[in-house]
Design a binder for this molecule. Structure first.
Ligand code: GUN
Ligand code: FE
Length: 455
C-alpha cells in the first residue's frame, strides 16, 4: 500500500458558486490518491492522525493548494493550430483552417508525437481533467486515450463523429462506419488497465462526440442516441447554439426538428441528458435555457473562442444560466480558443461577463473572481458529473490538485508578491497575472504528474 501523503499549509477551494474557502493553515491527508482527512486550523489534529511513514509536504508561506482545473471542452487535434484563422466565422474557419489540419491525424504516429506534447502542456497549466474531442480517426483517438492514461491526466475522450459537410479526405465514409469505429474506441478505452467500465474511478472514460448536427446525418445521430440509451454511464458532448451562421445552416438541414430550438433536435435523437456537455450556448432563447435546465445538461462556456472564431463577438448569458440552476464549466476549446491556459479562460470569462452586464442593461451581473474560479474547478466537475470525485478538497474526493507558488524568483508574469499580502491577495494575483511557472506541482489521484519545480 502506498504511504499517506500529507500537505500542511494553505488551501483554497470552492464550496459552492458563492463560497470560496481560504484556509491559511490546513492539514490534508491523502491515502491511495483519495483525500482521507482535512483538518482546518480550528480543528484539533489527533496525535495519531499522521502515520509514522507518511510523506509530509510543508507548503511555505505565500504558496497554496487549489483543486486542479477542469477543461470541459477541448479539441485535442487543434492544440497545434491554436490561434490560427482569427476573424473567420465558424463554418469558414472549419473549412479553411480546421478540417485540413485535423486531417493530419490520419497518421497515428503524428498523433502520438503531438498528443504527448499536448497532454504535457495541459498538465503543466494545471488542467488535471479535460473533456477531449479527438479527430474523426479511430487510431488517433485510441492513442489520445492511452496518452492521457500514461501521463496521468483525467479525461473523457471521444472519437469525433462527422459523416457529412466535411471534406471527403476527413469525414466518416458512412454513418455505419462512424458508429462502428465509435464502438471500437469505447471498447478500447475501457480496455486500458484501470479504465474498465465498472471502475467508477477510471481515469479515462469514453464520451459520445457528434461534432455538431451540421456534420452528422440523421442516421448517425440516431445511432449515437441509441448507444446512449443502451448505456446510461456514457457521456455526450457536442456544440450547441454557437453562432448565427451555424444556427441558420442547422435549420436548413433539419427544417422541422430545429425550427424552434437545437434542443428539440438533439433531444429527438436521444442525445440530451444529465451527462450531456453542450459547448458555447451563446445565442439562447428562454425556451433553449429551460430545456437545458429540465434535461439537466451542462454548458461548456468557451469565452475566448466565442469572441474570435465564433462569429465576431458572442457572449454567453452565464449569469442567467447559473440563476436558473443550469450547470456551467469552462472550456479552452483548444483551437477555437487560442489559449491552453485555464487562467486565460478565467480572465476572459470575467471580461465576457462584464460585457454581458452592459449588454443586458445590468440584469446579468458580472461574475466575481471567486465565481469564475468555481466555474474552472467545481463547476466543471459538475458539468462532467464528476463532482462526487473532484473539483474541491472535500474528504472522500480524489486528490487532483495544483500547488501554486507565488514567491519571488520564479520570473513568472505574476504581479510581484509583497511581504504583507494576504492569502486572498496572493490568490488574486495568481489568477489574474500568474502563469505555468507558478505551477510548482500538479497531482492527479495523488500522483505527481507535472510541475515547474523539481520533485
Ligand atoms: N463547431 C463544430 N466544430 C467546431 C470546432 O472544432 N470548434 C468550434 N469552436 N466550433 C465547432
Ligand atoms: Fe469546440
Amino acid at each position: 500500500m502506498s504511504a499517506t501523503l500529507v500537505f500542511k499549509g494553505a488551501i483554497i477551494h470552492s464550496e459552492s458558486l458563492g463560497s470560496l474557502e481560504i484556509q491559511d493553515s490546513a492539514t490534508l491527508l491523502v491515502v491511495d490518491g483519495r483525500i482521507s482527512a482535512l483538518y482546518r486550523s480550528s480543528d484539533e489534529l489527533p496525535a495519531t492522525a499522521i502515520p509514522a511513514d507518511a510523506q509530509v509536504h510543508q507548503i511555505p508561506p505565500g504558496e497554496f493548494l487549489i483543486p486542479g482545473f477542469v477543461d470541459t471542452h477541448n479539441h485535442a487535434p487543434q492544440w497545434p493550430m491554436r490561434g490560427l484563422g482569427q476573424g473567420l466565422h465558424i463554418l469558414d474557419w472549419l473549412e479553411q483552417v480546421t478540417f485540413p489540419f485535423e486531417a493530419r491525424f490520419a497518421d497515428a504516429a503524428y498523433a502520438q508525437r503531438t498528443y504527448e506534447q499536448m497532454v504535457e502542456d495541459f498538465l503543466r497549466q494545471g488542467i488535471t481533467t479535460a473533456s477531449y474531442y479527438s479527430s474523426r480517426h479511430a487510431d488517433a483517438t485510441k492513442v489520445l486515450a492511452e496518452t492521457c492514461a500514461k501521463k496521468g491526466q483525467r479525461a473523457f475522450v471521444g472519437k469525433c463523429n462527422m459523416d457529412r459537410n466535411a471534406p471527403d479526405y476527413l469525414r466518416d465514409t458512412t454513418a455505419a462506419a462512424s458508429l462502428g469505429e465509435t464502438e471500437q474506441c469505447i471498447n478500447h478505452i475501457r480496455g486500458i488497465p484501470g479504465c474498465e467500465k465498472e471502475n467508477e474511478k477510471a481515469l479515462v472514460k469514453p464520451v459520445i462526440t457528434p461534432r455538431f448536427a451540421i456534420c452528422c446525418t440523421s442516421e448517425l445521430l440516431e445511432g449515437l442516441g441509441k448507444m446512449l440509451k443502451e448505456d446510461s454511464s456514457l457521456a455526450m458532448q457536442t456544440h450547441f447554439n454557437e453562432a448565427q451562421q451555424e444556427i441558420d445552416f442547422t435549420r436548413v438541414l433539419f427544417p422541422e426538428e430545429a425550427s424552434k430550438s437545437e434542443a428539440d433536435l438533439y433531444e429527438k435523437y436521444g442525445l440530451l441528458n444529465r451527462r450531456s456537455v453542450l459547448a458555447h450556448c451563446t445565442i439562447m432563447t428562454d425556451y433553449d435555457k429551460e430545456r437545458l435546465r429540465q434535461l439537466e445538461c451542462g454548458v461548456a462556456h468557451c469565452p475566448i473562442a466565442n469572441m474570435t472564431v465564433g462569429g465576431g463577438f458572442m457572449v454567453a448569458p452565464v449569469r442567467d444560466f447559473l440563476q436558473r440552476g443550469i450547470k456551467v464549466g469552462l472550456g479552452t476549446d483548444s483551437g477555437g480558443g487560442w489559449a491552453s491556459q485555464m487562467l486565460m479562460v478565467i480572465r476572459q470569462t470575467m471580461i465576457a461577463s462584464n460585457a454581458q452586464e452592459v449588454m443586458s442593461k445590468g440584469q446579468d451581473k458580472a461574475l466575481s473572481l471567486e465565481e469564475a474560479f468555481y466555474l474552472a474547478t467545481l463547476g466543471g466537475a459538475r458539468v462532467l458529473c464528476l463532482d462526487d470525485q473532484i473539483g474541491s478538497f472535500e474528504v472522500g474526493k480524489q486528490f487532483d490538485a495544483v500547488w501554486v507558488a507565488t514567491t519571488t524568483g520564479l520570473h513568472s508574469a505574476m504581479t510581484p508578491r509583497e511581504e504583507d499580502d494576504s492569502l486572498r491577495t496572493s490568490f488574486e494575483k495568481y489568477i489574474m497575472t500568474g502563469d505555468d511557472r507558478n505551477v510548482a506541482h500538479v497531482y492527479v489521484q495523488g500522483r505527481r504528474v507535472a510541475g515547474s519545480r523539481a520533485e
